[in-house]
Design a protein around this ligand. Structure first.
Ligand SMILES: Nc1ncnc2c1ncn2[C@@H]1O[C@H](COP(=O)(O)OP(=O)(O)OP(=O)(O)O)[C@@H](O)[C@H]1O
Ligand SMILES: [Mg+2]
Length: 499
């Protein structure tokens, strides 16, 4: 603006009628005052409330003001703890965003070399958008600067931990241009999570199975899943993990369980009252074959008839119905039935048949609502044929001793991953590495349900048990029938088979 223009503006303003000038000045002052009050809104509101209480009720008003909020908060917490915790956490998170982290954010970013200098000696820092509270510690939600990537933060994780004064900072990508920093105060995976009861699973698309490093439950979607493979050294927590999952699932009337325990012990005996079929045979492979055949028969029956009788070829497009239950087939220590080393010829033939049936179940079971779950101490190709393993879309690796074993369960992704089941300490039984929905590997802890609790749940829900024959499978006795059809009930009993 030139000097002449400026003079013209001053003259115009001076020439304006006095009333208009006063009006404009009042408006500006009013606007400024509103902004000031807005800035100090908490102080202003608190002062007004105190003045109002004092002017209406005198000293009693002030006493009420001091006593009522804590009493109301306490009552709220008793009546509805969830909403109370949510509200308090929100207040805390906002406070920490502004005062704990916000006030130091720029300095920490510069100290950890996560800023970007701009010409003129100034710099830009990533934006701290939000703070949330997780059981494991505070989570800082950060918007990255152009050109930054989550890996830049991951590289500086140690520096960030020192700067924020916490033992560990975990960095996770939260979408394009965003990163989450978990300031870990507590290693939630270090301590067992012991459940004295397990809530029923009502939705098979959101089944809680373990707790993640952020202290939050992880869920799995079992719809459209054909198979799951889990491996780990003896005592790493495979059976216990599977048990805690089963305890929730068996409470759903639209779920039936079939268990073949290759250990031949009592690990799964708790489920007998609720299992559609239970077989704890480790030597009589005929008995095991009969159980697997029965599930296989049900699968074939469903695949052939489902469209005509229920209107859909895919089980998971239909509502879950106790008359058409999802069937979970658990084969623990599957290598007992699949690893033919040291078997005589007849047993080998049976093992081949079991492996073939399992292989078909893993490939085709999905649209028949049959989920095959295989657990093994030995996740190598001779124990778990690749034809089976490669079709299992869900994989869990408890502690293993070698990278090869880790890769055998989780696939090649484990080679580049930051977490590995080889690093799980022996004492951390029940901790495993699983793939997230996004395909990233993470460590989780399975909850622990002792077998007496599991037995109580199975007995409580025993009336939900149905024979698979009720849904179209042939009877167990028919499965292993000799050519002359002589397989008898007593043979089934002797084989430790219950259906
Ligand atoms: N999630 C867990 N939390 C706490 N302790 C656990 C957990 N899982 C397992 N354990 C402990 O480890 C022991 C062995 O677990 P489990 O029987 O599940 O091992 P496994 O991997 O099935 O072993 P094996 O291959 O010999 O059958 C359990 O008896 C229990 O004491
Ligand atoms: Mg076991």
């Amino acid at each position: 603006m030139t000097v002449t223009n400026l003079l013209t503006l001053v003259k115009t303003v001076l020439a304006l009628p006095r009333k208009r000038v006063n009006g404009a000045v009042s408006l500006l002052t009013g606007w400024w005052l509103i902004r000031l009050l807005w800035r100090l809104r908490i102080l202003v509101t608190a002062t007004l409330v105190v003045l109002f209480a004092y002017s209406t009720l005198g000293w009693v008003g002030l006493v009420l003001l001091a006593v009522l909020p804590p009493v109301l908060s306490f009552a709220w917490r008793v009546l509805h703890p969830q909403s109370h915790t949510w509200f308090v956490n929100r207040l805390l998170a906002r406070h920490r965003l502004r005062h704990t982290y916000g006030s130091r954010w720029d300095a920490v970013m510069v100290a950890c070399n996560l800023h970007v200098p701009v010409p003129g000696g100034d710099h830009l820092t990533p934006t701290l958008r939000k703070v949330t509270l997780a059981p494991v510690g505070d989570v800082l939600h950060v918007r990255l600067l152009d050109g930054q990537a989550p890996a830049d933060f991951a590289r500086q994780a140690d520096e960030l931990a020192h700067a924020f004064g916490v033992p560990e900072v975990r960095v996770t990508s939260a979408g394009p241009g965003r990163v989450e920093l978990v300031l870990v105060l507590l290693d939630v995976l270090a301590e067992p999570v012991i459940l004295t009861d397990v809530p029923p699973v009502t939705d098979l698309r959101r089944v809680r199975f373990a707790i993640g490093e952020d202290g939050l439950w992880r869920t799995r979607n079992y719809a459209n899943i054909a198979a799951e493979v889990g491996g780990g050294v003896p005592g790493s927590g495979k059976t216990a993990g599977e048990t805690s999952l089963a305890c929730g699932l068996i409470q759903n009337p639209a779920v039936q369980y079939v268990v073949a325990d290759g250990k031949g012990g009592e690990d799964w005996s708790w489920i007998a009252p609720r299992a559609a079929a239970y077989c704890a045979e480790d030597e009589d492979l005929e008995a095991v074959l009969r159980v697997v055949e029965q599930v296989h028969g049900l699968m074939r029956h469903r695949l052939k008839t489902q469209k005509a009788t229920r209107g859909e070829a895919n089980f998971w497009n239909l509502p879950l119905d106790p008359n058409h239950p999802a069937v979970f087939l658990v084969v623990d220590e599957v290598q007992t039935f699949t690893d033919t080393k040291g078997m005589d010829n007849d047993t080998k033939q049976l093992a081949y048949q079991i492996t073939a049936r399992l292989s078909v179940l893993v490939k085709k079971g999905r649209s028949a609502g049959i989920i095959t779950r295989l657990l093994t101490q030995k996740p190598t190709a001779d124990a778990l044929p690749t034809a089976i393993r490669d079709n299992a879309s869900v994989r869990t690796a408890w502690r293993v001793m070698s990278k090869d074993a880790a890769e055998a369960i989780l696939g090649p992704v484990v080679r580049e991953a930051e977490v590995s089941p080889v690093d799980i300490p022996e004492a951390m039984r029940g901790v495993a590495v699983v793939a997230t929905d996004a395909g990233r590997l993470e460590r989780v802890r399975f909850p622990f349900v002792d077998e007496h609790t599991a037995e109580t749940i199975a007995t409580r829900t025993a009336d939900l048990r149905r024979e698979l024959t009720a849904f179209g499978a042939s009877a167990l006795d028919d499965q292993g029938a000799n050519d002359d059809g002589t397989a008898s009930e007593s043979e089934g009993e002797a084989a430790g088979v219950r259906a």
